[in-house]
Design a protein around this ligand. Structure first.
Ligand code: UDP
Length: 519
């Protein structure tokens, strides 16, 4: 085995089985591996398919392939070769049997099922400690919603680091949740207090109760307890690695470090594929990995090719959220009224569940069968928007779309991955949060970093077609749009610096590795 101290550092990465959580961790795993760390990545419930690993190009970078090729030539040392090439790839292990989702997904799949994985995880860890192919695990990096992994880490006497997949502003709120219960703000039972402002979350501006993560609005649901438990368990972790970068939110990071909730708060993001950090020209010609190649002939990209530079608004709401048909119609009519070019990803509720890798329930399948027959879009919509609008059903290659020179803006649900992807491509946003922590992300984007224009919602969270048209026109043609574009371009430059050699995120990753290598 190598005497290289970095290769002797063996990190176990345990993501939550939802793509919005697991794919950033896959990028992080790849980054650690490129620095020489030995990484075991756990594919919980086998929810990531081989396509995803191919997309992230996880097994071999070009450089590694060359080195492995050289090693294969050395026939006399075949055993040594095998152990070297094993060390060179990230090892992926399966954990848990894929469960059938029995309830429609609200914001996170598998909330009950992941809580049953303690024993299986302990068995997996025992095996990893027993084998002699790699160094023994030195630490566990696990998702913010896998709080019970703290027990596993304690049992094996290794530190647990949390991967927090949202901005630091939200982390401050998440950590404060047990206090919100003590102060009587949670559970939130009285709808007349929806707009009540919570004032004392450290460093965070007064926050409306209904802008807290949607699952904790309903104390009768399993997710309420799930959030609170995970918040409490996070307080026991050694530290938090956050998918953000210091320059994006220095205030929140500084305040949280001072309040000393946790020993370590390390911003190490954005955790994205390298193409997001290239110049537009380089991104446009780059192969950018396997998916990028496959996507080049995707119909929506072929349509983008025919549009003028910086002219198209991308309209997409992530992998889980879906609208009612009346809301979908108002959105479509608003896009039509705006007179602007758009690429519109339309998804049915059941399709959203399927595309996010969740198993469809019978109820979902029924709904899907009915909705295929029901018109998703208003009559004549396609005819009225022909030439300037493209409708993509269910799923678009977002990475390639945001890297395309024709992109001008992004109407988004403020999912944190979509937000970081937009920032890293310098694409200004229209913020239309729907659920989970997206309302808090919206406040951050609109109030703090001013990288988005808010799409105004009524008290029942509806958006009119007139409001859609207003917001799109404002982004594309008015001063407000110019301002957010300038702001997001500055943030993009800061993000690129943060992940470059010697940048703030790059330094934090190296510091983190050194902590364990110097042991
Ligand atoms: N995504 C995509 N195509 C789509 C919708 C989403 O590639 O049509 C990807 C997107 O690039 C992002 C992820 O799915 O990486 C969505 O994550 P996010 O945190 O934005 O939202 P969530 O799906 O978790 O609500």
């Amino acid at each position: 085995m190598s005497k290289n101290p970095i290769a002797l550092l063996h990190v176990i990465i345990l993501p939550y089985p939802a793509r919005g959580h697991s794919i950033p961790l896959l990028h992080f795993a790849k980054h650690l591996h490129s620095l020489g760390v030995t990484v075991t990545y756990v594919n919980v419930f086998n929810h990531l398919s081989k396509d995803v690993f191919d997309m992230v190009d996880i097994n071999a970078t070009e450089e590694e392939e060359e080195e492995e090729e050289e090693e294969k030539v050395d026939q006399d040392h075949s055993n040594r070769n095998r152990s070297k090439s094993r060390r060179r790839s990230i090892r992926v292990v399966q954990l848990g049997v894929p469960p059938v989702q029995t309830k429609p997904v609200r914001s996170l799949p598998y909330v009950r099922e992941v809580d049953t994985l303690v024993e299986a995880t302990e068995e997996m860890m025992e095996k990893l400690f027993a084998e002699n192919q790699a160094a023994p695990p030195a630490c566990l990096v696990s998702d913010m919603f896998l709080g019970w992994t703290q027990l596993v880490a304690n049992k094996f006497n290794i530190p647990r680091w949390v991967l927090y997949a949202s901005p630091c502003r939200n982390l401050a709120t998440f950590l404060h949740m047990p206090e919100l219960v003590i102060q009587g703000h949670l559970p939130h039972i009285d709808p007349s207090k929806d707009n009540f402002l919570v004032h004392d979350i450290p460093g965070v501006p007064p926050t409306r109760i209904i802008d807290l993560p949607s699952p904790i609005m309903d104390h009768t649901h399993y997710e309420y307890d799930f959030y609170l438990r995970n918040s409490a368990q996070m307080h026991e972790a050694t530290g938090v690695l956050i998918n953000t970068f210091y320059e994006l939110e220095p205030h929140y990071i500084d305040v949280l470090r001072k309040t000393d909730h946790l020993r370590w708060i390390l911003p190490v993001g954005p955790m994205l594929p390298p193409i997001y950090f290239m110049s537009s020209a380089a991104a446009a010609v780059s192969n950018g990995g396997a998916t990028q190649n496959k996507n080049n002939d995707h119909p929506c990209l072929q349509w983008m090719e025919k549009q003028p530079p910086a002219s198209v608004v991308f309209v997409s709401f992530g992998s889980v959220a879906a609208f009612s048909i009346p809301q979908l119609h108002d959105l479509a009519m608003g896009l039509q009224e705006s007179g602007q070019r758009f690429l519109f990803v339309v998804r049915r509720p059941a399709a959203a569940a399927a595309s996010s890798g969740e198993t469809m329930t019978e109820e979902d399948k029924d709904q899907l069968r009915r909705r295929v027959l029901e018109p998703l879009l208003p009559p004549e919509f396609t005819a009225h928007t022909e030439g300037r609008g493209f409708v993509q059903q269910d799923w678009a290659p977002q990475l390639s779309v945001l890297c395309h020179p024709a992109i001008a803006g992004f109407l988004t649900h403020c999912g944190w991955n979509s937000t970081l992807e937009s920032i890293c491509r310098g694409v200004p946003m229209l913020a239309w949060p729907i659920q989970a922590e997206q309302h808090m992300n919206c406040r951050f984007l609109v109030d703090d970093v001013k990288a988005a224009i808010e799409v105004q919602q009524s008290s029942d969270r509806r958006v009119t077609k007139a409001e859609v048209a207003r917001a799109v026109k404002s982004l594309m043609t008015e001063d407000a749009g110019r301002v957010v574009r300038e702001n997001v371009e500055k943030l993009r430059d800061l993000a690129l610096k943060a992940v470059a050699k010697g940048g703030s995120s790059d330094n934090k990753v190296e510091e983190w590795i050194c902590r364990y290598c110097n042991k």
